[in-house]
Design a protein around this ligand. Structure first.
Ligand code: NAD
Length: 497
């Protein structure tokens, strides 16, 4: 594959039919570090046709489960073989630290292993008791068909794996369109799928823009399912585009995630230190460009001064820089647009009365030529502010306060999203009560951010439709079929004539 042949269709690497290319920027210094093919409608149609043929006529949907699982495990091994190289590429492309890039590769390997194990441990179709010896009834689960997979730029490889691994485990074929901002590790993953022995046409990739490539995938009648991870506004467009052909739609969208801290969690020095430390991690890891970022700190009023003071002090000490440099804790934002959007949200918050406790500006000096922004803590925030309601997707933490448990829960649920949230308390009864009342797809008690491949991930409300990971994350890529067999057929005589 040459540098610009990043489109993979029917087993062949190619350039865009139009010959167009796109420059990929290093967000740490805004210089070009790779060039990829800029696919268009023609490339997308060709990729869908290849996936369609591979599904309708190819061997993959009918390959024994044990062989499919073995291939997924091989991919996990190849990822580990190339861990350093791919981790570095992810760090460079998405602007995250090298260590985060490595962890991402490990999590991707885990996803491939998890779905391999899941399909291997299934017991086949479910026999249904039809109430008669003469009827044999069984429900089986079959691959849904050609899957369109559309992914965002913040966790490019990880989000791709949460779709590719279950899609392949279930026996589907697919076309993936990675974010045009960070396509490189997804291209590398397709290379590994090919190396692992996946038949031609099963895995296809078209690098290019959301419109036309993503839009075409969403609307195309030969695509059976579209699984999208990205922002709310693109997600609603995907859903509309998919409507005419009534394809299955799975959406993993944004979040505005509450981190609800009760004073009793900070009753000891250790408890206080842990809650502050995790609030920092919740909001600022990967410069806040995380769908489940704990960007809303909702804290019991009596704790506010001490907690926010310490949080702001530590936020100011977070070491920014190029993700590959030793000692760097946070990289840049991914693009100029993301930086401008963050600056705009902070300006609007300050105009609406928020009080700046940390950050609020780009860092100055050498080494910050890229899209850096200082971790920002905004105190005295309230629900009428745009910065509290909308997803910033940058290193911006807002602080709201509550006096009663009822009020805290109400604030935490007062969002149109519902992806994730946390409650910090030393009271087990309160922990269970509050976790039960939070309307979010993942609820952490005294923790923030961990996920498990075996547990479903997804959102309530406008955070999405459907689930990734866990058994439900595999079920997304399947159709249920009821096979009803009459062992003693005879006329029904409904009609007399
Ligand atoms: P985005 O919506 O701008 O882009 C996501 C993908 O959709 C990209 O590949 C893009 O090219 C494509 N796209 C854009 N317009 C399209 C269209 N009209 N039709 C089809 N595809 C189109 O999102 P982003 O900025 O890349 O990612 C950030 C967003 O992703 C945030 O909102 C974040 O919360 C969300 N996200 C959610 C999860 C989750 O698990 N829920 C995980 C990661 C990111």
């Amino acid at each position: 594959m040459s540098a610009q042949q990043t489109i993979h269709v029917g087993g062949e690497w190619r350039a865009a039919a139009s010959g167009a290319t796109r420059e990929i920027l290093d967000p740490a210094d805004a210089t070009v570090f790779a060039v990829v093919a800029e696919g268009g409608t023609e490339d997308t149609d060709a990729a869908i046709a290849a996936a369609r043929t591979a599904f309708d006529q190819g061997e993959w949907p009918r390959t024994p489960v044990a062989e499919r699982a073995a291939l997924l495990r091989r991919v996990a091994e190849l990822l580990q073989r190339d861990r350093e190289e791919i981790g570095l590429l992810e760090s460079r492309d998405a602007g995250k630290t090298l260590e985060e890039g490595r962890v991402d590769v490990d999590c991707v390997s885990d996803a491939f292993r998890y779905f391999a194990d899941l399909v291997m441990n299934e017991s086949g179709g479910r026999v249904v008791d039809a109430g008669s010896e003469e009827i044999h009834s069984v429900v089986v689960h079959e691959p849904v068909g050609v899957c369109a997979l559309i992914t965002p730029w913040n966790y490019p490889l990880l989000q791709a794996s949460w779709k590719i691994a279950p899609a392949l485990a279930a026996g589907n074929t697919f076309v993936i369109k990675p974010s045009e901002i960070t396509p490189l590790t997804t291209v590398a993953l397709i290379e590994l799928l090919v190396e692992a022995g996946l038949p031609a046409g099963v895995a296809n990739i078209v690098t290019g823009a959301g419109d036309p490539v993503g839009a075409r995938l969403a609307e195309h009648p030969d695509v059976d399912l579209v699984s999208f991870t990205g922002g709310l506004s693109s997600g609603t467009k995907v859903m509309r585009a998919a409507a005419d052909s009534v394809k299955k739609v799975a959406l993993e969208l944004g979040g505005k995630n509450p981190n609800l801290v009760f004073a009793d969690a900070c009753g000891t020095e250790e408890g206080f230190d842990t809650a502050v430390d995790q609030a920092l991690n919740a909001a600022f890891i990967h410069s806040g460009q995380v769908c489940s970022a704990g960007s809303r700190l909702i804290i019991e009023e009596s704790l506010r001064e001490r907690f926010v003071g310490e949080l702001a002090r530590r936020a100011e000490k977070i070491r920014l820089g190029r993700g590959t440099e030793t000692g760097v804790e946070c990289g840049p934002l991914v693009s100029r647009q993301q930086l401008a959007k963050t600056e705009d949200y902070v300006a609007s918050a300050l105009a609406e009365g928020a009080v700046l406790r940390a950050g609020g500006a780009r860092p100055e000096g050498e080494g910050y030529e890229g899209y850096f922004y200082r971790p920002t803590v905004l105190d005295q925030c309230h629900r009428d502010m745009r910065v509290v309601r909308e997803e910033v997707f940058g290193p911006v933490l807002t602080v709201e306060t509550f006096r009663t448990e009822e009020e805290g829960v109400a604030l935490a649920n007062d969002t149109e999203y519902g992806l994730a949230g946390a409650v910090w308390t030393a009271d087990p009864g309160r922990a269970r009560r509050v976790a039960g009342r939070l309307r979010h797809g993942t609820v952490w008690i005294n923790d923030f951010h961990p996920y498990l491949p075996q547990a479903e991930w997804g959102g309530f409300g406008k955070s999405g439709i459907g689930r990734e990971l866990g058994p439900a994350g595999l079920a997304e890529y399947r159709e249920a079929k009821h096979i009803y067999q009459n062992l003693a057929p005879r006329p029904v005589r409904w009609f007399a004539g």
